[in-house]
Write a protein that binds this ligand. Structure first.
Ligand code: ADP
Ligand code: MG
Length: 693
């Protein structure tokens, strides 16, 4: 008997896995027998029973059996072989677009067939297109499957049959020696759920009476058992990541609060209660001798920037440097402007570093960073480059976190002095529903600015078809005649920046012609940074009436006099992104409008999404809807796609489990540390390496 754990047995020990096969499996991250066992079917087919033709319904995948009544070639739009099969309860048409003459001859009148395929609605009856089929002869009646047929996620060169024979071998080994697969949940968590081996067996080979709908929804207890374990593994790995980061010391930043008070006195407004609370949370963190890891969430316009400036002052007062990183040059420049307004009067002139600074200019800037005379450095990714050496970096502020991968975050962290890590403050305007945040950001502390500064008038949002484009254009005209400014945002399905810019150029041209009395300008991602900055400055100064833009204006642009925004083809964007765009207007006291100008026809899903936006201006509510309608991958961006790939769990569908998951994670970390490594290995495999310090 082989009692080596399945996690330590290579897949190449299986029959049918040669070097090539092992390579293919490795591409899917499947190295051990345990990995194979956790490669779960996506869905199931029922080949265990024969369905009477009379009881079929559309999109069923079923086995049917019957006799050929008619067989005929049709020359319609496409030449096809039509075979009518009947079983006494009804008749169905089999349709083949590709067929040989031998095939045609076999499928003659009177022949008995068993077919498997998906039921579709044809012109006059149900149809199966290219079904799998077998001839039934009286002498041998084929056996039906005893279990539901699992369909595995696969890769090129791996057939479903191969998956079935491979998983069968592992299932057999597990049945013979159950001790080769450890149940990694603490006993307390086990008793209410099926055992691990039971759950896996069920999911690989469900019995004929298994509730397919429940399985499809991920609600079966066997699935829930694994989902629970997977979410727990993720939770633990994120917390571990956090612990690892916090084992490295950070400079404790003590300050009297004098500088902060000076800035507060100079501001033309008072902080909101939410801003004050978050500033306090940050100040407390900064005094610790280990790195702060804090995510500040706040809707667009909630005033995150000034919060980060106040944090920066704490670091400066304590004698250290601060780096602020933004995702685009435009935004970096805007931050630079704001920080200059706020900090320069206190004697701290922020330094701006971008890829644009070359040669001598760059060298001078780098020197100021290296000798510590630049207290606040603001820039884009340019701050990561190897030649940027800080004198005493103690705080890194990252704006719009979802656009940065964790890797980039880690790289900037390495800009500390080698012995300590800087504190990290991450700010995002993409509100993440609490449940999801608990899962996706378990490595960070959360602060929420859940209050907008007073005096903002909510933006009125209208959904309008683009065949009323002329009306929309005259609306722009009258708004600008009243001294207001407007944005016209162009979107495109294609991710291609070139095409997106072309579309914007096209619109700008058209609008310039149609609005001869207005100053129309264009800004898009392919303009040089200096050109972009010049356009934005002119818009801010009121020299431009209508700014035609691609989604580059998504983040951060702040022009209070702009009170009208038109978004072309909003159906192409996610709700969170639309909400952010819309946040560019409604920044002043004037009543603001956002026109979502869609291209008909709108799908039902798109209709539902746009109406969410029309009805709500609450970023959290919108994000929650977005999550429901689009799934977490889209909402979380890189984080979800790159680092939080869940195999069986779905953070939205399974959010009810999250409180229990947190508890289980606590329990394991405290009382069963020996389970941590195997759990992470089982569910995250190699993916966890990104987090190694
Ligand atoms: P975001 O959270 O979207 O980054 P900003 O920091 O850009 O928001 O702030 C939006 C605008 O609101 C800025 O013009 C900022 O100066 C202003 N602001 C910030 N806090 C307050 C406040 N408490 N009262 C009034 N205006 C504020
Ligand atoms: Mg901002």
């Amino acid at each position: 008997m082989n009692s080596k754990p399945l996690a330590q047995i290579s897949v190449s020990t299986l029959k049918g896995v040669g070097p090539k096969g092992a390579e293919r499996l490795a591409k899917l991250g499947i190295l051990s027998l345990q990995d194979l066992l956790f490669h779960l079917p996506l869905r199931y087919q029922d080949r265990t029973r024969i369905t009477p033709i009379g009881s079929l319904s559309q999109s069923d995948q079923v086995v049917i059996e019957g006799e050929v009544e008619l067989s005929d070639i049709r020359f319609g739009r496409r030449r096809s072989l039509l075979v009518q099969v009947a079983d006494g309860t009804g008749a169905i048409m089999l349709r083949f677009f590709h067929f040989s003459s031998a095939q045609r001859a076999t499928l003659g009148r009177g022949v008995r067939l068993r077919c498997f395929g998906e039921i579709r609605k044809g012109p006059s009856s149900f149809e199966m297109v290219h079904p799998e089929y077998q001839l039934i002869t009286d002498t041998k009646s084929q056996k039906l499957e005893a279990e539901l047929t699992p369909i595995y996620p696969t890769t090129e060169g791996m057939h479903q049959l191969t998956w079935r024979t491979l998983t069968q071998q592992v299932i057999d080994q597990l049945a013979a020696s159950p001790e080769t697969l450890a149940d990694l949940l603490p006993l307390e968590q086990q008793h209410t759920r099926p055992s691990l081996a039971e759950a896996l067996y069920y999911l690989h080979r469900p019995p004929p009476d298994a509730p397919l709908a429940q399985l499809f929804e991920g609600q079966h207890p066997a699935q829930q058992r694994l989902i629970f374990e997977e979410l727990t593994a993720h939770q633990i790995s994120l917390r571990q990541l956090r612990q690892q980061q916090q084992q490295v010391p950070a400079p404790p930043l003590k300050s009297s609060g004098k500088r902060q008070q000076q800035l507060l006195n100079n501001l033309p407004f008072k902080l909101t209660g939410a801003q004050r609370r978050v500033v306090d949370e940050i100040s407390t963190d900064l005094q610790h001798p280990y790195p702060m890891l804090r995510l500040v969430q706040g809707d667009v316009g909630s005033g995150k920037t000034v919060v980060s400036a106040l944090a920066a002052l704490t670091a400066i007062e304590a004698g250290y440097q601060v780096a602020l990183m933004a995702p685009t040059e435009l935004l970096a420049e805007q931050h630079h402007n704001n920080f200059t307004t706020w900090l320069a009067p206190l004697g701290f002139e922020p330094l701006w570093l971008t890829g644009r600074h070359k040669g001598r200019e760059r060298k001078e800037r780098l020197e100021k960073i290296a000798d510590g005379s630049a207290k606040v450095v603001i820039g884009t990714h340019a701050l990561f480059q190897d030649d940027v050496i800080f004198h005493s970096l103690s705080l890194v502020v990252i704006d719009e976190q979802h656009r940065f991968g964790v890797h980039q975050r880690l790289a900037l962290r390495e800009k500390g002095d080698g012995n300590t890590l800087p504190h990290q403050l991450i700010m995002t305007a993409t509100p993440i529903p609490r449940t999801l945040a608990m899962t996706a950001y378990a490595d960070l502390d959360l602060s929420i600015i859940d209050e907008l500064p007073p005096g903002r008038t909510p933006v009125t949002t209208v959904v309008i078809s683009d065949n009323r484009r002329d009306e929309v254009i005259s609306r722009v005209s009258s708004a600008c005649a009243d001294g207001r400014q407007a944005y016209w945002v162009c979107t495109l399905i294609d991710e291609s920046e070139v095409l997106q810019c072309q579309a914007a150029e096209e619109s700008a041209k058209q609008l310039t012609e149609m609005l001869p009395n207005l100053q129309v300008a264009l800004v898009h991602g392919r303009l040089k940074a200096a050109e972009k900055a010049a356009v934005m400055a002119a818009f801010k100064a009121g020299e431009i009436d209508l700014l035609v833009a691609t989604t580059v204006i998504e983040v951060g642009v702040d022009v209070a006099n702009a009170s009208l925004m038109i978004i072309e083809n909003p159906e192409r964007l996610g709700l969170a992104q639309l909400h952010q765009l819309r946040g560019r207007v409604g920044r002043g006291t004037a009543e603001s409008h956002c026109l979502l100008m869609y291209h008909p026809p709108l799908s039902n899903n798109a209709k539902a999404r746009l109406s969410v936006l029309r009805k709500s201006s609450d970023g959290f509510k919108i994000a929650e809807k977005d999550l429901e309608l689009r799934g977490p991958g889209e909402v979380l961006g890189t984080r979800q796609t790159g680092e939080m790939q869940l195999r069986i769990a779905d953070v939205v569908r399974d959010q009810d489990l999250l409180p229990d998951v947190q508890q289980a994670a606590d329990e394991i970390l405290q009382h069963h540390p020996e389970l941590v490594e195997p759990l992470i290995h089982r569910w995250l495999g190699k993916r966890v390496e990104f987090g190694r310090v």
